[in-house]
Design a binder for this molecule. Structure first.
Ligand code: NAD
Length: 353
């Protein structure tokens, strides 16, 4: 069966790790028709936008995409392509597994976590009011009137919406995921004690939906305490369910527990579309040198294969990565080795072939 997949190589190390992933998927014997779509900084210069409609159209046709990282300029320039993609395709659940591998030195050898992050709401919704702008002055006046609160006139403002509808679907996804994958506990991270009307909605909705899943133990934990447990005893945690911003931070923290961003894959899922991408960014500091670790992108491709019902091929790719790490001979510099991106991909291609 031939699968159609949109491949977005992205910026920085993106094209290097995308080539590597493509090589391994093809070596695993899965027949994929890749629709390669450029997006990102160079595209913005040429086409006026970093995420042209043709890219979204391609994903709407293929329904599945494998994506490299895309650079987001800080403070100015275009808004994050990643956020636009998640919102444009309504990819409401981000799934980011973090597990320790034998052979890969970490302080915590028995971690097996999955962070499920709400992906469309919260402070990342993009409702922002720039410092000093006329709309911001109007908002400040309204807040003074409604909440008897004077926002300093030199403040910028970001709004944090969290809805029952937005939360319910990701909670269901997390509980279904836990059930399907034989996981026992879902820990809901929040700050509902401080942000009663946003995080409060997230927590109440999660606890309400949880009643329909008696087979899963659902615990709640303030996100600062969760950060402490992650640093202290991460092996006691299982599935983590978080609103958007906390999920972003906690999933990077989790990646750090098991060997860093080079081995942290991810998926962004909605009702209709799925975009698989590593947790890491475009790593401009090492781009173009052929030393980027392709494992996060390759593990993301394995998640994609599972989504495409190519479970056997996905299992072969996962096993090949575990074997490569156990042997420890063909590793990129971030993992203490001296191999290049292509060398790692070729070694994996031999293992899966
Ligand atoms: P980053 O993940 O690109 O890099 C952080 C550090 O990790 C760097 O030292 C980098 O060299 C290293 N690193 C990351 N991936 C690696 C890999 N595969 N192999 C070896 N080392 C790796 O984070 P950043 O520097 O904060 O962000 C750079 C750019 O990427 C920014 O513009 C940011 O907005 C963007 N970004 C994009 C995505 C995405 O497309 N989903 C995600 C995160 C960041």
């Amino acid at each position: 069966m031939r699968h159609r997949v949109t491949l977005i190589p992205g910026d920085g190390i993106g094209p290097e790790v995308a080539d590597a992933a493509r090589l391994v998927v093809e070596a695993a014997g899965v027949d994929v028709g890749w629709d390669v779509q450029e997006a990102g900084a160079a595209v913005a210069d040429r086409e006026g936008t970093p995420l042209p409609e043709r890219v979204l159209d391609s994903i709407r046709r293929s329904r599945t995409a494998l994506k490299g990282p895309i650079t987001t300029p800080v403070g100015s320039g275009f808004r994050s392509v990643n956020v636009a993609l998640r919102q444009g395709l309504d990819l409401f659940a981000a799934v980011r597994p973090a597990r320790s591998y034998p052979g890969l030195p970490t302080r915590h050898p028995a971690v097996d976590l999955v962070t499920i992050r709400e992906n469309t709401e919260d402070l990342y919704r993009g409702i922002e009011f720039a410092r000093g702008a006329p709309d911001t002055q109007r908002l400040r006046a309204a807040l003074e009137h409604l909440a008897a609160f004077r926002v300093p006139d030199d403040a910028g403002i970001t709004v944090k919406p969290i809805s029952i509808t937005g939360t319910r679907r990701v909670v269901r996804y997390a509980l279904d995921f836990a059930t399907r994958n034989g996981r026992r506990t879902v820990t809901v991270g929040h700050k509902a004690n401080i942000m009663k009307f946003s995080d409060g909605v997230f927590l109440e909705t999660a606890l309400e939906v949880a009643r329909e899943y008696p087979q899963i133990e659902v615990r709640e934990m303030q996100v600062d305490e969760l950060a402490m447990w992650l640093a202290w005893e991460p092996e006691t945690l299982d599935v983590l369910l978080l609103p958007n911003l906390y999920g972003d931070i906690i999933s990077d923290l989790s990646a750090g527990l098991v060997g860093g961003l080079g081995v942290a894959p991810g998926a962004n899922l909605g009702w209709e579309y799925a975009v698989f991408e590593p947790v890491h960014g475009s790593a401009p500091d090492i781009a173009g040198r052929g030393v980027a670790n392709p494992l996060a992108m390759i593990l993301s491709a394995a998640m994609m294969l599972r989504h495409l019902a190519e479970g056997a091929a996905a299992a072969r790719v996962d096993a090949a990565v575990a074997e490569l790490l156990r042997e420890g001979r063909t590793l990129t510099p971030d993992l203490g080795g001296s191999a290049g991106t292509l060398e790692v991909a070729e070694a994996l291609a031999r293992l899966v072939g």
